[in-house]
Design a protein. Sequence first.
Length: 129
Amino acid sequence: MILHYARRARGIGWMFVFFVVLVVVMQYGLTRTKWGRSVFAVGGNREAARRAGINVGWTYMSVFMLCSSLAAVGGMLAAGQLAAAAQSSGTGDVNLDSSFRYMITGAVLLIAVMLDAASRRSRTMHGRA
């Protein structure tokens, strides 16, 4: 029923099909492979995963590489959908002047750094460093 409605006007786009295939492949990879089990183990408890014999460094590196690659693919698909590429594509700025955008970005980064420093100091003071 839903597919019939989606095909009525323009059909189902190839990006949607690509997304569904990607979701199925990632679901299989995360739930049915040794790599996927190690990803969940490292995400659950890094020290326990290390003690279980999982190479934590390799798992982190592989996950970050996968995330970066998927972000690059998403950017290329977004540029293909827009038929253009610009620095501000996908930023969602509400017509702000560039100086205000930089000030807001700086303020958010400053708050993030201050929160990180406070949490690190708290962990160190309580012996959880």
